[in-house]
Every structure is written in C-alpha cells, then in structure tokens.
Design a protein around this ligand. Structure first.
Ligand SMILES: Cc1cc2nc3c(=O)[nH]c(=O)nc-3n(C[C@H](O)[C@H](O)[C@H](O)COP(=O)(O)O)c2cc1C
Length: 200
C-alpha cells in the first residue's frame, strides 16, 4: 500500500473480528514497530506481545477489570487477537547518554537528569507505537492505541520489571464495524491554525 494511503486510512478501530492473525503477519508488525529511530540509538523501547487466548485474557483482566470498553459501547475491542505494549525504559537512556560520546553527566560523573529537554524514552516509545498503528493498516488490519490506567497491575500480571513504563497498549486485529469516537466531532484543526510557517 502507498505510504500516503496507509496514513490516510489509519484510524482507531474499536471492534475486531474474533479471528487470529497469521504468525508471519504478527512478526512483520512487530519488526516494523521496532524499526523506528531512537535517541543515541539507545533502542530502549521494549515490547510485550500477546497473541495467545490465555495471554489476552490475563491482559484484559489486568488492565480492564471493569470492562470499560463494554460500557463505552465498544465490546469488540476485547476480540483483538493481538496486543502490543510498548514500554519506555528511562534507565537505558540515562546509561546511554552517560557514555563518553554523549557525556550527559553531572560533576560526579553520574547521569544528570537535568540535561534532558524532554524524556526521549517516551518519545521513542511513541514512535514505535505509531509504527505499530501504520504497520497494522499496511497488513489490512486495524488498531487501537489506548491508555493503561494501572501500569502496576499490568507489570504484576506479566512479570514486567518496575523500570519499564507502558506508554499505552495497541490492540490489533481484523476490523469489524464500530461506532466512531465522539471525540471526532471536534473535527480536525485547520492547518493554518496549527502550522506556524516562518515564525509563530
Ligand atoms: C496518547 C493517546 C491515548 C489515547 N487513549 C485512548 C483511549 O484510552 N481509549 C480510546 O478509545 N481511544 C484512545 N485514543 C484514540 C484517540 O481518541 C484518537 O486517536 C482520536 O480521537 C483521533 O481519532 P483517529 O485516531 O481515529 O484519527 C488515544 C490516542 C492517543 C494518541
């Protein structure tokens, strides 16, 4: 599919057919997800990939014990045969940027957090999430990025170390008809309102 077509077709899909994704397709989506840029080529983003029914049941039990998507009118989210969770790993970036070629250390030679203009570990994890959303479209799949309200519950369910922050989760599957989000009524902001050409 043409890149522009992939971008144009991407939307958050909130209902999936309950059928599995072939393993080779899952592999391609996962590989593409990790093909993005990373600050200092730290490659600090790590993924939890869940595509077996028991894994998915454990995931939803941990992150959605109140079945919130049911109540929101999107029960088909729970049919997703694949969930990818990108984790940001701050410690990997502090260590990488304390290496001699970066030297983001304080007077004591230890990583200096004040050197960080923005948390690159979240930037990189978000790049990965975007690639997952686009890779899904490219494979004729749909995807939903959604927030994880209780990261501790997710970590506990899958043995994830505390140092890893889930930036959200991506449910992926074959799209089924769904109700559009009410947020879309806001409309897309016009270009000249958000683009500041030459100066702000
Ligand atoms: C950081 C982030 C968090 C989001 N969290 C949720 C969520 O928890 N539940 C949900 O249904 N959609 C969530 N969305 C999807 C947005 O509502 C959606 O991207 C937006 O309305 C634009 O729609 P579109 O992606 O279909 O173009 C999230 C999107 C982003 C980027």
């Amino acid at each position: 599919m043409e890149f522009r077509e992939v971008v144009r077709r991407r939307r958050m899909v909130r209902s999936f057919e309950p059928r599995p994704i072939p393993p080779q397709v899952v592999d391609r989506v996962v590989r593409t997800t990790l093909r993005g840029p990373s600050a200092g080529f730290t490659q600090g983003t790590e993924l939890l990939v869940l595509d077996a029914p028991d894994q998915l049941a454990r995931f939803w039990g941990a992150v959605s014990p109140d079945r919130g998507f049911d109540r929101a009118g999107w029960p088909g989210v729970y049919n997703a045969p694949l969930v990818v969770v990108p984790f940001a790993h701050k410690a990997a970036y502090l260590a990488r940027y304390a290496e001699p070629d970066k030297g983001w250390t304080g007077p004591n030679g230890l990583p200096d957090e004040r050197r960080w203009p923005v948390p690159f570990w979240y930037v990189d994890a978000a790049f990965a999430a975007m690639l997952a959303l686009l890779a899904a479209v490219d494979e004729s799949l749909g995807a939903l990025f959604f927030g994880i309200r209780d990261p501790a519950a997710l970590r506990a369910a899958f043995g994830v170390p505390d140092a890893f922050d889930p930036i959200g989760a991506i449910a992926i599957g074959y799209p089924a008809p769904d109700r559009p989000s009410r947020s879309l009524r806001r409309g897309r902001r016009p270009l000249d309102e958000v683009v500041h050409r030459g100066s702000w």
